[in-house]
Design a protein around this ligand. Structure first.
Ligand code: UFG
Length: 328
């Protein structure tokens, strides 16, 4: 087994996966443009600063580090931005990925773990959502992830590239050892915003309380980033053991409302989360809840940070030690 190329390995989920691979004894090389990623998140691992669309740099990296498998995280990820600027999303997430796949195929790298999302399901018809649920994205971000997902079986038939597609629900929390964590600019996600509002950040705006849920706010399936990272290591091991390509949801199978998250942050931080009610954010489904039975039974995935308070606690520790993210 050669090294694993981790694109977007300086980002939030990618850095946790890169370090998890290293901890599992694998050789890793991170390739990241550092447009959104953080050099500090890669500490201790080789980093090539390049864009996935730079085929020459990707091919050179594959040869130099003797790469035999790839994990592909590099992507734009804001749903709202994708509606405002779809061209950037298609360019980066679809064209960029096709360029990466071309480099993999040309260099005979035959295994890929692809970072996908619950956004491929759009507004769910039923919950919990299993992998065979209809895929009907409601924004360009979800469309671009689905477009790549749909290309992969064709790449396998034509070029022998085997792949696992992992559909994350709401990634949250931070490395329990406190070395790496979530640092998006701007930060749009609920838990870091609620943590900031418990400190000296702006008050949290709750996006709507008139949904058809018990307390009227949206419910989401929060899954710890280290559990996601572990799933990537398992998915790669399955591919390397000759298991077939596949698609897996990654969530805890429990949904918490925005108000539940606010209450959890208040419990953990021991401070009030200043918040106010705002309008709904367009494109937010009322409930996203995963069935991850397939990942559990086929990959042997067992999340260990399932409790919301534990997830929030790791995020809070990171937030306290890095109030300005990696710039702290
Ligand atoms: N929310 C607020 N206020 C905020 C931020 C979020 O009330 O300031 C609410 C949202 O409306 C939502 C919940 O908190 O109900 C979680 O929002 P996040 O932005 O943290 O996460 P999303 O559920 O919107 O996003 C996740 C992934 C995306 C993926 C999407 C699929 O981060 O990559 O699910 O719908 F596309």
């Amino acid at each position: 087994m050669g090294a694993v190329l981790v694109t977007g390995g300086a980002g939030y989920i990618g850095s946790h996966a890169a370090h998890a691979l290293r901890a599992a004894g694998r050789d890793v090389v991170v390739l990241d443009s550092l447009q959104a990623g953080h050099r500090e998140a890669v500490r201790g691992l080789p980093l090539v600063t390049a864009d996935i669309a730079d085929t020459a740099a990707v091919r050179e990296t594959i040869r130099r580090y003797r790469v035999t498998a790839a994990m592909h995280f590099a992507a734009l990820l804001s749903v709202g931005d994708s509606v405002a600027a779809p061209a950037r999303y298609y360019e980066n997430n679809v064209c960029g990925t096709l360029a990466l796949l071309d480099a993999l195929v040309r260099e005979s790298v035959g295994l890929l773990v692809f970072s996908s999302t619950a956004a491929v399901y759009g507004e769910p018809l039923r919950t919990p959502i299993a992998e065979d649920h209809a895929t009907r994205p409601i924004n360009p971000y979800g469309e671009t992830k689905l477009a790549v997902e749909q290309a992969l079986p064709h790449y396998e038939r034509a070029y022998g590239l085997r792949s696992v597609r992992l559909r994350y629900f709401n990634a949250a929390g931070a490395d329990p050892h406190g070395r790496i964590g979530e640092d998006h600019r701007p930060e749009e996600h609920l838990i870091p915003r609620a943590l900031a509002a418990a400190g000296d950040g702006p008050p949290l705006v709750v996006f709507g309380d008139d949904y058809a849920t018990a307390d009227g706010t949206c419910r989401r399936d929060y899954v710890h980033v280290s559990d996601l990272a572990a799933a990537h290591v398992l998915a790669l091991a399955a591919l390397e053991a000759g298991k077939p390509s596949g698609v897996y949801n990654l969530g805890n199978g429990r949904a918490f409302s925005v108000r539940d998250v606010v209450a959890a942050v208040e419990r953990i931080a021991g401070r009030r989360v200043r918040h106010e009610l705002g309008p709904r954010r367009p494109g937010d489904p009322a409930v996203l809840l995963a069935s991850s039975e397939r990942a559990r039974s086929e990959l042997g995935w067992e999340p260990i940070y399932e409790e919301l308070d534990v997830i929030v606690e790791t995020a809070w520790r990171w937030h306290r030690s890095h109030p300005r993210g990696y710039a702290s």
